[in-house]
Design a protein around this ligand. Structure first.
Ligand code: KIV
Length: 271
């Protein structure tokens, strides 16, 4: 008799229940099939196909250049691997800021062509109409406030946001608005821990922090950063769980040496 173990898919409802019972939510990025399979198997609740793919997969300086087609390619690879995790995909820069119809069309393309379970958009009040329209089509939406990397040229730096009261108040208002519209969660990026705590306690939907302290309802990191694949990226908020750069470099230079020394393949490794 074969024992088939059912894997229960994480849904936006389960994510909400996790906040309600005080269970922290673990979110990580992934952009390809092999990495997403490992992330999923390790028990991550939400896989974010982030537009950080523009940085870590394509080598761009910012998230701005990645296209909707490229995001769909990454997302469909991740969806094929994710058996348990909820898969959320970033709407890339330029695919939703024009108007709400364009935003809806972009979200529909992501859902239809990748099979993902929801989308994430950066911004608050200014994108309310787009968020409403996407939600009205039955597509789950996650918000993203604080340091929103698609606005890097407006900010000028990647330093902590909302330290001043006016920006903190806008963030509080934006979080409340995203909840009112029907978002299932909101990412809070690089804001003071005290503000993230206040927002997390004032809204019922889960907050997922990155550089926003321990009181968020969940945490997210970019997989390349937490595995130490990127050399020299060591912001204060980042905990590195491995040094894959060193491990991979050692393995690959070992291979190069073996080939040069005519030691690979040996007699047992050939036909
Ligand atoms: O694109 C991304 O990886 C993100 C996370 C940093 C939240 O938006």
């Amino acid at each position: 008799m074969s024992v088939h173990k059912e894997v229960k898919r994480v849904t936006t409802h389960i994510i909400q229940e996790m906040k309600n019972r005080g269970e922290k939510i673990a979110m990580l990025t992934a952009y390809d099939y092999s990495m997403a399979a490992i992330v999923d198997e390790a028990g991550v609740d939400i896989i974010l196909v982030g537009d950080s793919a523009s940085n870590v997969m394509a080598g761009h300086e910012t998230t701005l250049p990645i296209t909707l087609d490229q995001m769909i390619y990454h997302a469909s690879s991740v969806v094929r691997a994710a058996k348990r995790a909820l898969v959320i995909v970033d709407l890339p820069f330029g695919s939703y800021q024009g108007n709400s119809k364009e935003a809806l069309n972009s979200a529909i393309r992501i859902m239809k062509e990748s099979g993902a379970h929801g989308v994430k958009l950066e911004g608050g009040l200014e994108i309310a109409e787009s968020v409403s329209r996407i939600l009205a089509a039955g597509i789950p939406v996650m918000g993203h406030l604080g340091l929103t990397p698609q606005s890097i040229y407006k900010f000028g730096t990647y330093t902590v946001r909302a330290k001043e009261e006016a920006e903190a108040q806008k963030l509080r208002d934006d979080a409340a608005k995203l909840q009112e519209l029907g978002c299932f969660g909101v990412v809070l990026e690089k804001i003071p821990a005290a503000l993230a705590k206040e927002v997390s306690e004032s809204i019922a939907i889960p907050t997922i922090g990155i550089g926003a302290g321990q009181h968020c309802d969940g945490q997210v990191l970019v997989i390349h950063d937490m595995l130490g694949i990127n050399k020299g990226f060591t912001p204060r908020f980042l905990r590195q769980y491995a040094n894959l750069h060193y491990i991979m470099n050692t393995a690959i230079s070992g291979y190069v040496n073996d080939v040069k020394a005519k030691d690979f393949p040996n007699e047992k490794e050939q036909y």
